[in-house]
Design a protein. Structure first.
Length: 146
């Protein structure tokens, strides 16, 4: 089941998954942020964090950059390794933020229906975490106001 879940995740990032995040997240999903101390529980808050992450560290596609030049930095985001076992996946990514190298992993657990029930993000190095903290805080504030 994890193979389908990860395939759907990649389709989502390319803008090709009908239903978007609602189609891939379980209602009781738990999101673990590299910035926030407590787990974020539920689909709505997880969607908010994943959308903010997409807007700050990326995950969009080349096609998205063609439609919106402001999304150019998202094309630097790329997965470089995937490890899949049982209902778990570890996806290692690289990107660049304000000229700084960012390396991290998305740890995904799915249920028997192929929906994500746990999403954990880990980031390195410390400079990247500090920059991500600043940008995510600003993006979450903007998203909640708008």
């Amino acid at each position: 089941m994890i193979e389908k879940c990860v395939e759907d995740w990649h389709r989502l990032l390319r803008g090709e998954l009908p239903g978007g995040l609602d189609a891939i997240l379980a209602d009781d999903v738990v999101f673990y942020s590299p910035i926030v101390f407590t787990p974020q529980k539920g689909k709505d808050i997880t969607k908010l964090y994943l959308q903010a992450a997409g807007a700050t560290i990326g995950g969009g596609s080349e096609r998205a950059a063609e439609r919106d030049p402001d999304e150019e930095r998202r094309t630097k985001f790329r997965y470089v390794k995937e490890v899949l076992a049982g209902n778990h996946a570890v996806l290692e990514f690289e990107t660049e933020m304000e000229g700084k190298y960012v390396n991290g992993i998305d740890m995904i657990t799915c249920n028997g229906e192929g929906r994500i029930i746990e999403f954990k993000v880990m980031i390195r190095p410390l400079q990247a975490i500090n920059l991500l903290h600043q940008q995510m805080a600003a993006m979450l504030k903007q998203m909640q106001q708008g």
